[in-house]
Design a protein around this ligand. Structure first.
Ligand SMILES: Nc1ncnc2c1ncn2[C@@H]1O[C@H](COP(=O)(O)OP(=O)(O)OP(=O)(O)O)[C@@H](O)[C@H]1O
Ligand SMILES: [Mg+2]
Length: 233
């Protein structure tokens, strides 16, 4: 049996994709779902004492979700340079290959029922770039489409989020990628942030399905578990 996956996209880098993915994975596993993590390409990996590159996002998520797994199994492309994967692979070699990403994803699929997949950067993230119009170029959206996944969008709850969310959702609609819901991160229950939620729900016609406060250790979605599970494709 191949598993079902859900793609966790951020409105940008450093927005809390890894943090929220960790909470989501913990939520699923605590509710009895055999779920794991996957990330196609990670940049900014740290070297351990044996000089191995450690994909920090995977370590963080596995720790939050209390899951033991080989991080190299969950992250096929790991770069040391903390820049977009296209530039990291120009510097270090080893450019991303879509088929290899799919092969790695399928291997993980055979072992688990559900995969929460974290994106790199925001939606306009070059994963591989060989030059204008080159057929080997890969943008993040190509990976989402190649794996046939739907998206949940992680955004900061605060000032500026209406613009970031609406532009991202419009871009996704333009590429025929379905957005199941939005999660507001670093949420403080205050007037502007609650207005942000109402505004993006009205402007995008997509619901905010969870709000994550700073340092939350669990996620309490505003949708039930069956609804959440139905987002996995
Ligand atoms: N709700 C939160 N409470 C406390 N800390 C948070 C929260 N959300 C994010 N952080 C912290 O903010 C930093 C950035 O978050 P995170 O690494 O999850 O972002 P990201 O979108 O995954 O970044 P990248 O693009 O590098 O993958 C991290 O140090 C993380 O621990
Ligand atoms: Mg991350």
């Amino acid at each position: 049996m191949m598993s079902k996956g859900l793609f966790v996209l951020g409105t940008g880098t450093d927005i809390g994709k890894t943090y929220v993915t960790g909470l989501l994975l913990k939520y699923l596993r605590d509710n009895g779902y055999d779920a794991t993590y996957f990330k196609a390409a990670l940049s900014g990996a740290i070297r351990d004492e044996n000089d191995n590159l450690i994909p920090g996002d995977a370590v963080e998520v596995l720790t939050m979700a209390d899951l033991e797994e080989d991080t190299d199994f969950l992250v096929p492309y790991i770069y040391e340079t903390a820049v977009s994967p296209h530039l990291a692979s120009h510097i270090e070699g080893n450019p991303v290959d879509l088929e290899k990403v799919k092969e790695s994803y399928d291997k993980v699929s055979k072992k688990y029922d559900y995969i929460v997949m974290e994106g790199s950067g925001g939606i306009v993230c070059p994963i591989r770039y060989e030059g204008k119009g080159d057929e080997n170029n890969i943008m993040l959206e190509d990976i989402i489409k190649y794996l046939g996944l739907d998206v949940i969008l992680i955004a900061d709850a605060g000032l500026g989020t209406i613009n970031s969310i609406v532009t991202t959702v419009e871009y996704l609609k333009n590429r025929n990628i379905h957005v199941c819901g939005i999660i507001m991160n670093n949420y403080k229950d205050e007037l502007m942030e609650n207005d942000n939620i109402k505004m993006v729900e009205d402007l995008c016609d997509v619901d905010v399905i969870a709000k994550v406060y700073q340092n939350d250790t669990i996620i309490q979605p505003d949708v039930d578990t069956e609804e959440l599970i139905s987002y996995f494709k």
